[in-house]
Design a protein. Structure first.
Length: 369
């Protein structure tokens, strides 16, 4: 049976990703000075204004405005058609972490920072054990950003998107049906030249040749013009790209976002350990696909439930896999933080092009179960 499945990615200059990057930059700045900082920081971006809000409890003293402007500068926003890191308005509205939440997450209790369920997923479609569509979509947007920053493709802006549609036959990826890339550009940029440059330097370099054929559709800036971008063209919000951040819709999602949250928030830390477990179930040969669900109650250290789903691809009984997980991992927030070393300022490395599939991240390491 044939079916099509589509996943998308966005560049670091997308207005939502700009907000994610600012939030994670603030988090890292606090962790550099105080590894026990409690941070829940979100941003709204629009019309040359950045609004920073949330809760932070820390011994660190951080110049938040400076962190925000540097983050915008790193992404590459400074023009009349997006947001200017030098002149944009920055509004900061932060308070300390709720004392009620702190009661359940302090070092003595070590409970989860909120209730909720988190999912981790892995499959053998790619070398990094990620679904093919989201893997390729991230590689396209990452390449687009690299060529912009290197000046290899001139006249393109920081805002952009990609989308990849994979054709499956009996759950095995066979070909790429459609590739979409949209990128911000200058008024003067010739759109015919832009299309040629993107196909030659990005699509043909990223998508394996054996997955492309004469019937593959490649759409570059399908609306034509894309001059106004970033928060000037559309508002941005931290945590609005949770499917881009995870598995491209190919696996379930508990609903919690990642960026701007320290590791006591299980939305982030439990999703990371769930991916680590799922990846190693597949890497150890116990299944071709694996989805792990963890659920927590606020202020309670151990997970309320653990679920293993291998979609009928398991080589050993799922209950045996579950026993291996329980015996191997301490799934309390403190246990996860210590195991994955999550008090370090590593989070801006995770913000863009997916939180999973990057071999330098500790939860992507392959171990023996």
């Amino acid at each position: 049976m044939k079916k099509l499945f589509t996943s998308e990615s966005v560049t670091e200059g997308h207005p939502d990703k700009l907000c994610d990057y600012i939030s994670d930059s603030i988090l890292d700045a606090y962790l550099k000075e105080d590894e026990n900082s409690r941070v829940g920081c979100e941003c709204v971006a629009g019309k040359n204004t950045i609004f920073v809000t949330g809760e932070i409890t820390s011994k660190a003293n951080i110049d938040i405005e400076k962190v925000v402007r540097n983050a915008i500068k790193e992404i590459g926003y400074f023009g009349e058609n997006d947001i200017d890191y030098n002149t944009c308005n920055i509004i900061i509205n932060l308070s300390a972490q709720s004392t009620d939440i702190a009661l359940g997450t302090n070092d003595e209790v070590g409970g989860a920072g909120d209730q909720g369920m988190m999912f981790g997923y892995a499959c053998d479609e790619t070398e990094e054990l990620m679904p093919l569509g989201i893997s390729l979509a991230h590689k396209l947007t990452k390449k687009l950003t690299e060529l912009r920053k290197q000046g290899i493709i001139e006249g393109i802006g920081a805002d952009g998107k990609s989308q990849v549609t994979v054709e499956y036959e009996n759950d095995i990826p066979k070909r790429i049906d459609t590739v979409v890339i949209s990128t911000q550009h200058t008024k003067e940029k010739d759109l015919i030249v832009l299309k040629e440059e993107i196909i030659e330097n990005i699509v043909n370099k990223v998508i394996p040749k054996n997955l492309l054929d004469d019937n593959t559709r490649i759409l570059v800036n399908p609306t034509g013009r894309f001059v106004i971008g970033g928060p000037l063209g559309d508002s941005g919000l931290t945590g609005r790209k949770i499917i881009v951040d995870t598995y491209g819709g190919y696996a379930r999602h508990g609903g919690g976002a990642f960026s701007g949250k320290d590791a006591t928030k299980v939305d982030r830390s439990a999703s990371y350990i769930a991916r680590h477990i799922a990846k190693n179930v597949v890497a150890n040969g116990y299944a071709k696909k694996c989805e792990i669900q963890l659920s927590y109650a606020i202020g309670v250290a151990k997970p309320v439930s653990i679920n293993v789903n291998t979609f009928g691809t398991n080589k050993i009984d799922e209950n045996e896999i579950l026993d291996k997980i329980i015996n191997k991992f301490d799934l309390t927030p403190k246990g996860i933080i210590d195991y994955l070393d999550l008090r370090k300022p590593i989070y801006t490395k995770t913000t863009n092009y997916g939180h999973f599939g990057k071999e330098e991240l500790k939860w992507e390491k392959i171990i023996k179960l």
